[in-house]
Ligand binder design. Structure first.
Ligand code: GTP
Ligand code: MG
Ligand code: ZN
Length: 333
């Protein structure tokens, strides 16, 4: 029998399983401390959060409103948790399970604040209006590269454009396709307008991001025949009205996979990254990085810079380098 070496992925999974066991053990120890011994522990997914309340979904799709202990940290949409039944039909979350991934941004004091957890894809939505901002798109793409999730770009509201306008928009973002990001044209308002994105979302845990008004919630609504049912269940469980757009909310896709609708943003502040960290966020830079004359080249003014040479040769889009330099200086928008 041949010995197979563990892949990095397998190693991560094994360590996650060990962390999970540890969390379960600690949760049980905490029970003993609070006298809640004997109450069964359930595992669940956080569907949404309203202040101190979490809507937690069981394996069988049942929702329970749970409170959580402050010391568990900042629990967000998509988190896997352990919880126990409490008074009435509510529950109490006793452990936060380790995350595979998290989307975070720094708060005003510079601390990382998670927005969503356990996603494996960022779907960046852009519309003809509000005017697409390439810088914001690049910030999202850098984030996806850094946290190690797939990214897809969806140009929404294609039904509002004539052929010439569509071609113009496509042309403006064609360089992203060249560097390997799928660019999909979609519409929530016409038949067949969703087909390009269905396959991209199938069986994945995606989060929809983008400026306010690009059509994130409309896409969720169009993709989910039972969205009203899902929204109804959440508002019934939380007792908090039917407008969930103010906080990230996870929905189940009918064919498999999940979709997180998140509130729109005007700008997305990146976590502080050093130069080499930021370089990893620009995937088309990779073949050139080791070829700069100076190993600590900032790709700004140095002689013998391979990145600038690649820009001159049109292997790298000038605006991508511009945005890289702006991010390096800590620019937010
Ligand atoms: N014509 C057209 N209009 C759309 C489409 N998708 C969304 N809209 C419209 O765009 C507006 C904003 O859509 P929303 O889905 O609320 O946008 P959002 O991204 O969820 O916005 P926030 O929740 O504020 O971040 C609404 O008036 C929608 O009807 C589309 O495919 N075609
Ligand atoms: Mg919305
Ligand atoms: Zn350089």
């Amino acid at each position: 029998m041949t010995r197979r070496r563990l892949s990095d992925r397998q190693r991560v999974r094994i360590s996650a399983i060990q962390d999970k066991r540890k969390a379960r053990f600690e949760a049980q120890a905490a029970d003993t401390a609070t006298g809640a011994i004997g109450k069964p522990l359930h595992e669940g997914t956080v569907i949404t959060r309203h202040g101190r309340n979490l809507a937690v979904e069981d394996g069988d799709g049942r929702l329970t409103i749970c409170q959580f202990r402050q010391n568990l940290g900042h629990i967000v949409c998509g988190d896997q948790v352990l919880w126990q039944p409490a008074q009435g039909a509510t529950g109490i979350v006793t452990a936060l399970l380790p995350r595979d991934s998290q989307l975070a941004r720094p708060d005003f004091s510079g601390r990382e604040k998670p927005l969503a957890a356990n996603i494996d894809q960022l779907a960046v939505l852009m519309a003809p209006r509000p005017t697409p901002v390439r810088y914001l798109l690049d910030q999202y793409l850098v984030t996806a590269e850094i946290i190690g999730v797939r990214a897809v770009i969806a140009m929404t509201k294609s039904d509002t454009l004539n052929a010439a306008e569509r071609a113009e928009l496509r042309q403006r973002f064609a360089d992203y396709e060249r560097i390997g990001y799928p660019v999909l044209e979609i519409s929530a308002h016409n038949a067949g307008g969703l087909e390009p994105i269905r396959a991209a979302l199938h069986d994945r845990s995606s989060i929809l991001v983008g400026q306010s008004g690009v059509g994130k919630s409309s896409l969720v609504k169009a993709l989910l025949p039972d969205r009203e049912v899902q929204v109804g269940r959440i508002s019934e469980a939380t007792g908090l009205g039917r407008h969930t757009t103010s906080s990230a909310t996870l929905y189940r896709l009918p064919g498999g996979g999940s979709l997180i609708d998140s509130p729109g943003v005007r700008s997305f502040r990146l976590s502080k990254l050093d130069r080499s960290g930021l370089e990893q966020g620009f995937r088309e830079f990779a073949p050139f990085l080791s070829q700069c004359r100076f190993h600590n080249c900032t790709h700004d003014h140095e002689p013998g810079c391979a990145i600038r040479a690649a820009v001159a040769a049109r292997h790298i889009e000038p605006q991508r380098l511009e945005n890289f330099l702006h991010m390096l200086r800590g620019g937010t928008a």
